[in-house]
Each structure stands twice: as C-alpha cells, then as structure tokens.
Design a protein around this ligand. Structure first.
Ligand SMILES: Cc1cc2nc3c(=O)[nH]c(=O)nc-3n(C[C@H](O)[C@H](O)[C@H](O)COP(=O)(O)OP(=O)(O)OC[C@H]3O[C@@H](n4cnc5c(N)ncnc54)[C@H](O)[C@@H]3O)c2cc1C
Length: 217
C-alpha cells in the first residue's frame, strides 16, 4: 500500500489513557472501507496499527481511537503533539460488513475495539443502510467511548446500544445476536470471552467476523 504523508490536527483525551487522534492527509488519494486499519508512522520512526474510527464520508479528518500502551507506540503517543508530521500506510484489513445481506447486524466491541464499529455504524447511517443495528459494548472502567455519538442514536431508535459485561449483554440480547451477522473487535482477552459467551448461548462462532488488536496494552 502507498504511504501517505499526514498531519496530526487534534489530540483529544476521550478517557484516561485513551486518545483520539485526528489526522489530515496531505493528498486526496487515501480511500478506505469502514472497519479498516492503518499503520501509523510516528515522527521518530516507530509505527503501530490503529483502526480508523471515523466514517469514509469525512476523508479530510481521519480519526483513530487509541489506548496508550506500555510499549514503544505508547511512548511515542505521549510525545505526539498537534501539528506533528506522520505517515499513514494502508488501509488494510477485512473487518468489513458484507453488503448484500438482509439480516440485522450485531456488533460486539471491547474498549477501543469500538473504533472500527463506530466507522461502520456512521457509514451505515450515512448511506441509509436499513439493517437493524445492535451495538453491545464492554467499556474499560465504565468509560463509554463515543457516548456522544451512540447515545443520541439509541435515544432516537436508530440503533440499540447497550454497555456492560459482554457475557451479560450477549445473554440478555441472545435472540437478536443469534439472528444477526456478528462482528467483534477488541483485544485478545475480550475476543476470547466473546467466543466463549456466544458458544455458551448455543451460537456457532465460525461465521463471526473478528478484528483482533492483539494483547491488551
Ligand atoms: C490490526 C490491528 C488494529 C489495531 N487497532 C487498534 C486501535 O484502533 N486502537 C488501539 O488502541 N489499539 C489498536 N491496536 C493495538 C496497537 O497496534 C498496539 O499493539 C497497542 O497500542 C500496543 O502498542 P505499544 O507500542 O504500546 O506496545 P508494544 O510495544 O507493541 O508492546 C506490546 C505489549 O507488550 C508490553 N510491553 C511492551 N513494552 C513494555 C514495557 N516497557 N513495560 C511493560 N510492558 C511492556 C505491553 O503490554 C504492550 O502493550 C491494533 C492492533 C492491530 C494488530
């Protein structure tokens, strides 16, 4: 994939140790499907995979939602400042919602795993995708990321958005989840618990579309 030069325009703390980076690409040749990720190149040369949290309808302001880890990427994040020149390599990944399906969609997200799901949901609403959307979200320490987007949508009935322990959410929404196309994103420990919870509720996990962020930072 070609590497794109970009500038960090905003860094916002969404929760303790979670930041949203807004990035402006210096060229217009960057296109992505909602759900994809990029290799984000820090000014000092370190690069890390981060998933795009914004919808493709806003290519001028690409947003990434990142937990600040204990490794080199986390260190580089702490030093990053608005105005920094960075590189974006990508997009990559196949965490992509199949288009030609009639069934509802159930998203299962843990912590910053909400990033690709926010991109997909905002895109579905922008293109008037009529499938029923259920977002089951396990936050870290009760910090509901992107509540400002999801709460109004849930209140207006455009989506269902529930938060809590993922096992309890899956059990409570068993019928909906069972009949839906399932997509799960987050760190490895969370994804393992999702698989167990789906199986415990009698569901086949072979068709779940999964995006793993690797080990918990
Ligand atoms: C496809 C993909 C998409 C991703 N998308 C996102 C995303 O959207 N948002 C997000 O938050 N993350 C995402 N990640 C995870 C991200 O890329 C990093 O792996 C994560 O941020 C940790 O990076 P790090 O540099 O802090 O840790 P790394 O240097 O990669 O180290 C990995 C882990 O080792 C341990 N470790 C390393 N060094 C130390 C140290 N000095 N002391 C103690 N422990 C240490 C820590 O547990 C650390 O998290 C994604 C990963 C993948 C593969």
């Amino acid at each position: 994939m070609p590497e794109h030069n970009a500038t960090v325009t905003e860094i916002e703390e969404l929760a303790p140790s979670v930041v949203q980076l807004t990035v402006a690409l210096n060229d217009r040749d960057f296109h992505f499907a909602p759900g994809q990720w990029v290799n984000f190149g820090f000014p000092e040369g370190v690069s890390r995979a981060y998933t795009i949290a914004s919808a493709p309808q806003r290519p001028e302001a690409v947003q990434l939602c990142v937990r600040v880890g204990a490794g080199k990427g986390g260190d580089a994040l702490k030093r990053l400042a608005p105005g920094a020149a960075v590189s974006i390599d990508g997009p990559y990944g196949d965490f992509i919602l199949p288009e030609a399906e009639g069934r509802p969609v159930a998203f299962l997200a843990g912590d910053t795993g909400i990033a690709p799901i926010r991109s997909i949901v905002l895109h579905m609403l922008a293109v008037d995708d009529r499938r029923k959307i259920t977002v089951l979200y396990e936050p870290d320490q009760r910090h509901i990321l992107y509540a400002g987007d999801f709460d109004p949508l849930a209140r207006s009935g455009s989506i269902v958005h529930e938060s809590g322990r993922i096992e309890a959410l899956i059990a409570r929404n068993r019928k909906t989840v069972e009949s839906s196309r399932k997509m799960a994103a987050g760190f490895d420990g969370f994804l393992a618990r999702v698989q167990s919870a789906l199986r415990a509720n009698g569901m086949d996990t072979s068709e779940v579309i999964v995006e793993s962020f690797g080990p918990e930072p």
